[in-house]
Structure formats: structure tokens, C-alpha cells
Write a protein that binds this ligand. Structure first.
Ligand code: DX5
Ligand code: ZN
Length: 226
């Protein structure tokens, strides 16, 4: 059974002084998944926020918290993010020596887990663990900041992962993150992605309702056809 497409809102480019209000606004728009971008100033140059902010939001929101860790040695912090209320945790393949051990730990804690690959990492990094993860994240920009242009060249990786998932993990969430908007979402959907992270296109827009409608149309009009 293939999963229904999901739009995951990233609040990375939101005004962080009003984060709670933004989350309420996104909830009113019908968003069900909140994508939380965690950066450590080492794996990527930027710094965002950590477990205390996630815990504070948890008190305000019942959305699904999809935590994207762009941090080195994620094993050191996964417990803190679980405790803060993460509903799923995605780590980067490039961020530690043994990503599989972190994924196995998350599974042992019954926390849905994801593996992300940066643009220079091939799809083959995902394939050996495809049946041990809940989510595969194909970055469609270089991780580190919002508002960058979608990289269409990443779609061949989405297709490879989608093809492998059909037999090895049909429920796999295949997430794309970076530069997704009503124009680019169709290409990602047609390639086999089913979770679409949208940051600036939604958070910076004065007409977020029409952006949501445009995203849904783009997905509906460009289904995966194999
Ligand atoms: C990039 C982050 C993304 C990004 C999405 O490092 O992982 O979640 O901020 O923002 P947009 O949609 O603006 O590319
Ligand atoms: Zn992200």
C-alpha cells in the first residue's frame, strides 16, 4: 500500500520570534507534519535550535514533528530529541561513522527513523538499509539554509530509491527537501517522492492558501507512474 502524499512545512525561514503563531497558522492551513531543521554550526555552517525549542513547541502543537538533524554525531542528541517530543528523527548519512547504529537505536526505541543524503551522496547509501528505515530523505538543495533552488538532478536518486522500495519497503516515506514549491513539486512527485518539505514557498508567502492549493495540484497532476 503506497502512502498518501504529505506536505511537511519547514519553519526554517519563519520569524522565530513568533514560532508558535506560525505553527498555529500552518495547522489552520491543513498542514499535518512539521519539519524541524536542526543545525549545529558544524555539519552545516548555520545554527538553529535544539531540544528545548522542540519541547516548547510540543506543548503547543499536536502536529507530527519530523525532526531533520543536520548535526555531527547525532547519537549524542537523539535521546534529547525523543524526550523533547520528536515523532520521527532523520539523520544524515554523512554525519557519523555508523549511521546504521543510530537507526537501529531509534528502531529499538520505537521512534520512526529516517536517513538523509546530501546532493553529493549517491542513492546507494540508502539501499542497504532501505528495509530498516521509515523515511528516506533526498536533499534537493545543499543542507544548511532555506530559499535555495531545487536541484532536478536529484530526481534520478528518488527514482532509484522508489524502485527499490516497491519490493523492499512499500510503506517507505520518500522525502524531498529544498526548493519545493508549486512549480517543482510535480517533478518530485512523478519521480516517486511522497513527502514534500516546503519552507520558504509557504512561510514567506502572503498567500499561503493558494500555495497549499498549488502544491496539492502539482502532486495530483504528476503522479508516479513507474
Ligand atoms: C535545508 C533544510 C530545508 C529547507 C527548506 O537545509 O533542510 O528544510 O530549509 O526550505 P526551502 O523550502 O526554502 O528550500
Ligand atoms: Zn530539512
Amino acid at each position: 500500500m503506497a502512502i498518501k502524499p504529505i506536505i511537511a512545512a519547514s519553519v526554517l525561514s519563519a520569524n522565530l520570534a513568533h514560532l508558535g503563531d506560525k505553527v498555529a497558522e500552518l495547522t489552520d492551513l491543513g498542514v499535518k507534519m512539521l519539519h524541524l531543521d536542526i543545525m549545529d554550526g558544524a555539519f552545516v555552517p548555520n545554527l538553529t535550535f535544539g531540544p528545548p525549542v522542540v519541547a516548547a513547541l510540543r506543548k503547543e502543537s499536536s502536529l507530527f514533528f519530523d525532526v531533520h538533524l543536520m548535526i555531527n554525531n547525532p547519537m549524542n542528541l537523539v535521546d534529547a530529541f525523543i524526550k523533547a517530543g520528536a515523532d520521527s528523527i532523520t539523520i544524515h548519512y554523512e554525519s557519523c561513522n555508523n549511521p546504521r547504529a543510530v537507526l537501529d537505536y531509534l528502531r529499538s526505541m520505537h521512534v520512526p527513523c529516517g536517513l538523509a543524503i546530501s546532493p553529493e551522496t549517491p542513492a546507494e547509501a540508502i539501499l542497504p538499509v532501505i528495509d530498516r528505515i521509515d523515511l528516506a530523505l533526498v536533499m534537493t538543495v545543499h543542507p544548511g539554509k532555506g530559499g535555495q533552488a531545487f536541484m532536478p538532478a536529484m530526481m534520478s536518486k528518488v527514482r532509484k530509491i522508489k524502485t527499490a522500495s516497491l519490493t523492499r519497503n512499500p510503506e517507505l516515506m520518500i522525502q524531498v527537501d529544498g526548493g519545493i514549491n508549486p512549480t517543482t513539486v510535480g517533478e518530485a512527485s512523478a519521480a516517486g517522492a511522497n513527502v514534500f518539505v516546503v519552507g520558504s514557498a509557504l512561510c514567506d508567502s502572503k498567500r499561503p492558501k493558494s500555495v497549499m492549493a498549488g502544491l496539492k495540484d502539482g502532486i495530483r497532476n504528476h503522479p508516479y507512474k513507474g
